[in-house]
Structure formats: structure tokens, C-alpha cells
Write a protein of this length. Structure first.
Length: 128
């Protein structure tokens, strides 16, 4: 079970922890993505996280920008307010993205634990 203690990922704010050492996620989480690549389900969940996160980011920035441009062109504040409401609608999307992010770490840790259990069982079978 030592493998689980040393290899599991703990999400700690804007860092992640492995074996008691904190690592930053890196630009666009590239360091964490490298760690998660050992688990197929973790990397799949991570890809869903990235897709939702960039979708939310696009709407959060694009909605108000397009609304502002529309308000300037039409001299009407309605497009601006519509763009702002679109930006507010990104909160549930960003929340869902965070859930996929947490799930990716959970899948990785689950796979590390499975591997540690399998290694332990193999050791027990060798000793018999």
C-alpha cells in the first residue's frame, strides 16, 4: 500500500500534492495532465474538464464583449445586458468543469490504489 501513499494526488488549491510535496499545476495545468496520463479514465475526465472550462471562459468573455459591441452599434443597452446575463450563465458550466477536475484526480487515485492492491496480492501469492 506504500504506492498509494507515495503516488496519490491531493488537490490543494492551485497546487497538487504527491508524496507530501506541492507542485503547481503549470500553465494550463500541463504538469497535472502529465501526472494524470497514467489513468485512462482520469485523462478522459480531465479532457471533459478542459472542454467545459474553455467553453465557460469563451462565454464569460465573449458574451459581454459581443453585448458591448451590440450596444454601441444599436445605441441600445439591451444587448449589453443580454451579454452580461450570458456571462452569469457560465457559473454552472464552470462548476461542472470543476467537478470533472476533481473526478479526474479521484479516478487517478482509484487506479493507483487498484495497482497497489494488485501488487500486494501478487506478493502474497509469491510467498505462498
Amino acid at each position: 500500500m506504500d504506492a498509494y501513499d507515495y503516488e496519490s494526488i491531493i488537490i490543494a488549491g492551485h497546487n497538487y500534492e504527491i508524496n507530501g510535496k506541492l507542485y503547481p499545476y503549470g500553465m494550463f495545468n500541463h504538469r497535472l495532465r502529465r501526472e494524470l496520463s497514467g489513468s485512462d479514465m482520469a485523462i478522459d475526465s480531465y479532457r471533459k474538464y478542459r472542454k467545459k472550462l474553455f467553453g465557460a471562459l469563451f462565454l464569460a468573455i465573449g458574451g459581454p464583449v459581443l453585448g458591448t459591441i451590440g450596444s454601441i452599434i444599436t445605441m441600445n443597452p439591451a444587448p449589453y445586458f443580454a451579454g452580461s446575463f450570458i456571462a452569469l450563465g457560465t457559473f454552472p458550466i464552470a462548476y461542472a468543469a470543476d467537478r470533472y477536475f476533481q473526478r479526474a484526480a479521484w479516478f487517478y487515485n482509484r487506479d493507483v490504489l487498484k495497482e497497489a492492491i494488485q501488487e500486494h496480492e501478487d506478493e502474497m501469492n509469491i510467498e505462498d
